[in-house]
Structure formats: structure tokens, C-alpha cells
Write a protein that binds this ligand. Structure first.
Ligand code: NAD
Length: 409
């Protein structure tokens, strides 16, 4: 058992191990990578500090990194997404230092991130870029030892690209989110499957996640309204059959509001003022900034927890608005997050991106790189193999034809 950790209760370890093994049944891509890593040990002697949602799927990624020879420490990437039994199992059965407690306050959350940095990583593995930004702001003495990092989600990639643009990013990072085998499945299908759906549903955004949510809500029979700021996405939503309008117009109509934009104050005070009594709000974007919670609190005369993960805000005019999961990404805060089969591919990208970083860091600049096409293709190939699906290969004649510009009809 690891001696350095801060988790809720070590006695939950056996329950966690059972759930971790259950998830592994749906993660054949990671299994195939683990078998190769165990033979080749591409991460031998490297320390990896991972800041990810502490779920049964993440635990399986940690196991694969260990098989590749890495020493790994894990800290939470969100105060409300930790599965406490999984944290316990990694400590008890995988001798892994873990710093994560579901419901931890902000101060504890950052203490945990700093504990993961004390591990002096060679590689950072981030989800939302809190680890990398804390490192650059407060622990710059560690920069010398770092060869590179990986980043899981859209919000993290946006922050890292901003750092690179300002010349502030001090090591190369692979944006796992950019892989098709990540965002097509994880953001679109995963977030769509695991996020709340219902009656007249207003979905803010029509990006990878929000498109998935809108699609599932429609499939569940909801009357779905989409709001956007990007004309192309708004046009796509219209062509897909959704009603598109500004949030100010949607606010009085919606029964359920779901934000997944990566943006701030998408639901704001003037929207709360227009909403129907009984409206439910939730967020599936990375940070709890998409719904202006301080403004909602200021408007409320009473706030009560009416059931787990649902708070009732009673306003001065008697209307009641509901906020699910404290505005934190709802599928991980109030449920178990994505299906394991989806995270299998996201985390296969993390594992292979770490291996890529070890092999190529010397020739990489301090900026954000997309996942190389070969890795995306390799993961798609492994997934198809695991599903027993075969596909055609280009004949030499077809390959030549597709590279030819002289030949017309
Ligand atoms: N809950 C999960 O499990 C999960 C999984 C993956 C990603 N994420 C997070 O979800 C968020 C969205 O990720 P994505 O990959 O869908 O990003 P994306 O860039 O594909 O989509 C975001 C969309 O929101 C739109 N948008 C921005 N501001 C808006 C506003 N004020 N009103 C309406 N629309 C607005 C953008 O135009 C864009 O189309 C990010 O924070 C990401 O990190 C969550």
C-alpha cells in the first residue's frame, strides 16, 4: 500500500477494485496497449503526475502506465468528480499515491495538486490544465525536469494554447482532445449518453459535447432548443432540425438547461430573471463557470438541498430554480461519467501520447501538438479489432488514383 495519500476511506478499496475490473471488461484498447507496454516498458524510470477525474476508467489508465514502467501519482481534476472507492483501490492494491476526496473544498483541491507536483514529474497528464497552470505559476523550479505533458479536454487545450501563444508554456504538450478517437466518441457520444435529458431542453453550444447532448435529448423525445455564438455551428444545428435562438429568448421557454460551451456566464442573471419556476439547470462543461452561481445565490432568499446533487433556489418573487451538481460537470458530479468503452479510447490516446512524448520530446517545441494521425489510426484499428470488425484496404491502384490530379472523367 502507498503511504502517501489523502483519500476518503481506505476501507472502500475492495468495492473499488471490483468496479475497476468491471470497467476493464469494456476497455479492450487499453488492454492491448497494456500487453505491449508490459513487454516494451516505454515509460521505464519516468514519474508521471496525473490530474484526472478519479474514476474506474482512469484507474485502468493508471494500471497501463504502471505496466509501461512509470511511477504514477494521481490527483483529482475536479473537486466533485472523484469516486472514493476507486481512489482507495489505487492506494491499497496498486501502491499508488492518490490525492482526491469527493466534495473536497477549493483549498484542499489545490493542496492535492501541489502534492502531485511534489512528486517531481517528468510527464504531466492533465484534464483542464490546472496541474500545468499551477506548475507554471507556483512551482517553476520543477520545469527543468519535465519532458512534456498530455491534456485531455477542450478547456485545457484552450488554456494551453493561450499559454503557448503568450510564450509562457515551457514544455511541449500533446492535446489528446484533438484525436478523432477522443472527441468524436468521448465528447460527442460519451457526454451525450451521460448527461441529463428531459422535456423542453435548452442546450447551450453545438460543439462536440453539446451536439451529443442535443442529439440524445432529441432521441429521448425532448423538444430541443440550441443556442450558439458560432454561425457555422448555429447553421449546422438548424440543418440538423433544432430550433436555434439566443439564450434570452430560450430562457423563458426551457424546462431543463444544459451548458457545455467551455465559456463563462452562459446562463446569467438576466436569464434567471426570465426563467419559469421549476426550471432545472446543469452544466457539462469543464469548469463551474458556465452558470453564474454567485448571481443566482445573490437573487435567492433561500437555498435548500432538495435531494442529492440538486439545490433549490427560492427567489424573492416566489419562483424556484434548480441547480444540479453545484454547476460542476454533471455527468461526473452526479453520475459515474462516460461509459468505460468510450473512455477506453480517450485513455488509449493518453497512454500513447505519453509514449510519443518520451520518444520525441527532444525535437518538440514548447507548444501544443495535436495527437499524431498515426496514433489516432492505431487506436481506431485496435478498437475495430476488439469489436471484430474488418475493413477494406486501398489497392495499389486506388492509392495511386487518390494521389493523382491528371486523371478526370
Ligand atoms: N462532461 C464531460 O464529460 C466532458 C467531456 C469532454 C469535454 N468536456 C468539456 O465540455 C466543454 C465543451 O467542450 P467541446 O469539446 O464540446 O468544445 P467545442 O469547442 O467543440 O464546443 C463548444 C461550443 O460552444 C459554443 N459557445 C461558446 N460560447 C458560447 C455561448 N456563450 N453561448 C452558446 N454557445 C457558445 C462554441 O461556439 C462551440 O461551438 C469544455 O469545457 C470541455 O472541456 C466535458
Amino acid at each position: 500500500m502507498s503511504t502517501n495519500y489523502d483519500i476518503k476511506d481506505i476501507r472502500l478499496a475492495d468495492k473499488g477494485r471490483f468496479r475497476m475490473q468491471w470497467a476493464a471488461r469494456e476497455m479492450p484498447v487499453l488492454d492491448q496497449i497494456e500487453a505491449r507496454f508490459a513487454k516494451e516498458r516505454p515509460l521505464d524510470g519516468l514519474r508521471i503526475s496525473a490530474c484526472l477525474h478519479v474514476t474506474s476508467e482512469t484507474a485502468n489508465l493508471m494500471r497501463v502506465l504502471q505496466a509501461g514502467g512509470a511511477d504514477v501519482v494521481l490527483t483529482a481534476s475536479n473537486p466533485l468528480s472523484t469516486q472514493d472507492d476507486i481512489a482507495a483501490t489505487l492506494v491499497a492494491h496498486y501502491e499508488m499515491p492518490v490525492y482526491a476526496i469527493k466534495g473536497e473544498d477549493n483549498a484542499t483541491y489545490y493542496q492535492h495538486i501541489k502534492a502531485a507536483l511534489d512528486f517531481k514529474p517528468h510527464i504531466t497528464m492533465d484534464d483542464g490544465a490546472d496541474l500545468v497552470s499551477t506548475l507554471h505559476k507556483e512551482r517553476r523550479e520543477l520545469l527543468d525536469g519535465i519532458i512534456g505533458g498530455t491534456e485531455e479536454t477542450t478547456t485545457g487545450v484552450i488554456r494551453l494554447r493561450a499559454m503557448a501563444h503568450d510564450g509562457e508554456l515551457m514544455f511541449p504538450v500533446v492535446a489528446v482532445n484533438d484525436a478523432m478517437t477522443k472527441h468524436l466518441f468521448d465528447n460527442r457520444y460519451g457526454t451525450g449518453q451521460s448527461t441529463i435529458a428531459g422535456k423542453r431542453v435548452v442546450v447551450a453550444g453545438y460543439g462536440w459535447c453539446s451536439r451529443g447532448i442535443a442529439l440524445r435529448a432529441k432521441g429521448l423525445g425532448a423538444d430541443v432548443i440550441v443556442t450558439e455564438v458560432d454561425p457555422l455551428k448555429a447553421l449546422e444545428a438548424t440543418m440538423d432540425g433544432f430550433r436555434v435562438m439566443p439564450m434570452a429568448e430560450a430562457a423563458p421557454q426551457g424546462d431543463i438547461f444544459i451548458t457545455a460551451t467551455g465559456d463563462i456566464n452562459v446562463l446569467d442573471q438576466h436569464h434567471f430573471e426570465a426563467m419559469k419556476s421549476g426550471a432545472i439547470m446543469s452544466n457539462s462543461g469543464h469548469f463551474n463557470v458556465e452558470i453564474n452561481i454567485p448571481a443566482l445565490e445573490a437573487m435567492a432568499v433561500e437555498i435548500r438541498r432538495v435531494r442529492e446533487f440538486l439545490d433549490e433556489y427560492i427567489l424573492a418573487d416566489g419562483r424556484r430554480l434548480y441547480l444540479a451538481g453545484e454547476g460542476r460537470l454533471i455527468n461526473l458530479a452526479a453520475a459515474e461519467g462516460h461509459p468505460s468503452a468510450v473512455m477506453d479510447m480517450s485513455f488509449a490516446n493518453q497512454a500513447l501520447a505519453a509514449e510519443y512524448m518520451v520518444k520525441n520530446h527532444a525535437s518538440l517545441a514548447h507548444t501544443v501538438y495535436s495527437v499524431p494521425q498515426e496514433i489516432d489510426n492505431e487506436i481506431a484499428r485496435l478498437k475495430l479489432a476488439a469489436m471484430g470488425v474488418n475493413i477494406d484496404v486501398l489497392t495499389p491502384e486506388q492509392e495511386a488514383y487518390l494521389n493523382e490530379w491528371r486523371m478526370g472523367t
